[in-house]
Design a protein around this ligand. Structure first.
Ligand SMILES: CC(C)(COP(=O)(O)OP(=O)(O)OC[C@H]1O[C@@H](n2cnc3c(N)ncnc32)[C@H](O)[C@@H]1OP(=O)(O)O)[C@@H](O)C(=O)NCCC(=O)NCCS
Length: 145
């Protein structure tokens, strides 16, 4: 089941985020973000929460802010489902384009975005500081209308 998220989910989102990213965000970060009405998101939930996506919608554009699925639930299409949910949100809000940033070495996320119709539009050189050194960020965009 996929449902909308709100600031009451902040603690849960932080727990999932910490298990998916080395620099996971805390509950206050999610609470602050989701208290502003430009932010929205969706949570995948069965017996327990499995993953979520947060976006920011301003005028006719959406930016995907963060997106993750817990390691034990990966490779079952949940990531794709969450990305599709943002597409549906974009369509029902007359959004023209969706964009995001992804580390060049994040092959799994890149594959989901490409499969879903996102294309690279620019690159930020050595934007991420990772243990392997500076990694480029790809800015990817999908045109809806
Ligand atoms: C990115 C993430 C959300 C994907 O979630 P998921 O539920 O596993 O995604 P899906 O199952 O829908 O799709 C995974 C796709 O990657 C592919 N894949 C799996 N391992 C891969 C690899 N090593 N290299 C390339 N593609 C790979 C799968 O085959 C699948 O593609 P397909 O549907 O064409 O077969 C999850 O891996 C995650 O939380 N990663 C850590 C956080 C992160 O990187 N978030 C994105 C930041 S931009």
């Amino acid at each position: 089941m996929i449902r909308k998220i709100s600031s009451v989910d902040s603690q849960l989102l932080a727990e999932i985020h910490k298990r998916c990213f080395d620099d996971g965000w805390d509950a206050k970060t999610f609470a602050d973000m989701l208290s502003k009405n430009v932010f929205f998101g969706f949570l995948d939930l069965e017996k327990t929460a499995r993953g979520f996506i947060v976006g920011k919608m301003v005028m006719e554009e959406i930016e995907i802010i963060t997106f993750c699925v817990l390691p034990e639930f990966r490779n079952r299409g949940l990531g794709k489902m969450l990305i599709n949910e943002v597409d549906k949100h974009a369509q029902s809000n007359c959004v023209e384009k969706i964009f995001l940033e992804v580390a060049e070495n994040n092959a799994v996320a890149k594959k989901i975005y490409e499969n879903s119709g996102y294309a690279e539009i620019s690159r930020r050189r050595e934007y991420y500081c990772m243990k392997e050194g500076g990694v480029d960020a790809l800015v990817m965009q999908k045109i809806i209308f």
